[in-house]
Design a binder for this molecule. Structure first.
Ligand code: PLP
Length: 412
């Protein structure tokens, strides 16, 4: 039977797929990667670093394979990796955690997030998410049957003194109520590059304690913080350790998005639930790659210094490139993305480009200019809100960014 025949038969049987899958679409980010390949465009869409990963990681994984560590590891992660995570947590967050009872190794931070939500959320509990948001959080909330309350972050306006994306404290306060179960924070933030300040985190912490709410904090870009700003982990604030789940992964810091190794750190009772969910979702992360990851976490400070210096340069380069091409580009203070608005470009060129609406712009740019970025609608619950925005990633080698710059110059 051919594909179309199977489809016809299925519709005759009225075999319906689940309603929950009707509430979200395919990932806009991964769709743009497909388009970039199709049009041979420079891919500044998906957030994967394209430089090679540290040699010790490769060696660690290869040695593990050769030593026969090719079967399931203990479901919540190998001892070596959990101990390395605890050691790094002590170095970065300054907190002693137990690798035996407070760490769950997962398949990337993606699984850490969904396993955490499944572990703490009951159907129709409310979860607060800042918007624009990393696109997974929307479907994550749907899959865990949570109701999402969005709190908007606003870019600095042209005539304000602010340079950072901000949120309104009263709007956040109003989002909390007795149905609120959790708030998701992502600092440094994708897509805005915002680094949450101590004052903001303290305000959130106070509300979480008042309403007895969990925090799930995704800190996957914790080593990419610029201009002398400080990365502050929610778990370090007074009264927050008991209610905070800290998520991280090797994906971005060590250029290994394909390895699928991440983790969730949480107090023992929460970890117990996360581990149960994790076991039945995936059983475990790839065993030999966990051993390679353990080596990465032991890299000296110098590794992070060099990483940061490389990103500082790339941020400046891409920021200038985008501003020169005619975008309103907001300087990011963390992570490796730049959000832009293209209203001015649109107004000047709309007739020439002959596009139906702004949502077609990212596809047109991949096709005609040869650079793929993510259309802003993927970061908003209502696509219209993000229609004039794009997100570019500078997690790329310098020569790739130079190639993109040459192509983007054509926009002017
Ligand atoms: N969290 C954030 C904020 C991200 O930007 C990404 C990837 O872009 C992820 C999680 C996914 O991480 P992983 O590859 O470890 O699942």
């Amino acid at each position: 039977m051919s594909g179309p025949d199977v489809e016809k038969n299925q519709s005759m049987l009225s075999l319906a797929t689940s309603e929950r899958t009707e509430f979200f679409t395919e990932s806009v980010i991964r769709e743009m990667t497909r388009l970039a390949l199709e049009h041979n465009a420079v891919n500044l869409a998906q957030g994967f670093p394209d430089y090679d990963l540290p040699e010790v990681m490769k060696k660690g994984a290869i040695e593990a394979i050769e030593a026969g560590l090719n079967q399931y590891a203990i479901t919540w992660g190998t001892k070596n990796l959990r101990e390395a995570i605890a050691k790094k947590f002590k170095a970065v967050q300054g907190l002693e955690i137990s690798p035996e009872t407070e760490v769950t190794v997962t398949c990337g931070s993606t699984e850490a997030m969904i396993a955490s939500l499944f572990a703490i959320v009951n159907p129709s509990d409310e979860v607060i998410v800042f918007e624009p948001f990393y696109e997974n959080y929307g479907p994550d909330a749907v899959l865990s049957s949570a109701i999402t309350q969005y709190v908007s972050m606003k870019p600095p306006s042209k005539d304000s003194k602010e340079t950072e994306w901000t949120f309104d404290f009263d709007e956040l306060k109003a989002a909390f109520n007795d149905k609120t179960k959790a708030i998701i924070i992502n600092t440094p933030n994708n897509p805005t590059g915002k680094v949450f300040t101590r004052k903001e985190l303290e305000f959130i912490a106070e509300l979480c304690q008042k309403w007895n709410v969990f925090v799930i904090t995704d800190e996957i870009y914790d080593h990419m913080v610029y201009d002398g700003l400080e990365h502050i982990s929610m778990v370090t604030l007074p009264g927050m350790r008991e209610r905070t789940i800290t998520i991280n992964a090797i994906s971005k810091t060590y250029s290994a998005t394909g390895w699928r190794v991440g983790w969730a750190v949480a107090p023992p009772a929460i970890t117990k639930s996360i581990r149960k969910v994790h076991d039945f979702l995936t059983v475990g992360a790839p065993h030999p790659l966990q051993e390679g990851a353990a080596k990465a976490l032991g890299l000296p400070q110098d590794y992070y210094k060099k990483l940061l210096a490389a990103y500082v340069y790339r941020r400046e380069f891409l920021l200038k490139t985008l501003q020169n091409a005619g975008f309103e580009a907001w300087k990011p203070y963390g992570a490796y993305y730049i959000m832009v608005d293209f209203t001015d470009l649109w107004e000047r060129n709309q007739e020439k480009w002959k596009l139906n609406n702004e949502l077609d712009f990212a596809h047109w740019m991949a096709r005609e200019i040869g650079v793929a970025a993510v259309p802003g609608n993927g970061f908003y619950r209502i696509p219209f809100y993000g229609r004039t925005k794009l997100r570019f990633s500078f997690g790329r080698r310098n020569e790739v960014l130079q190639e993109a710059a040459a192509k983007l110059a054509k926009l002017k």
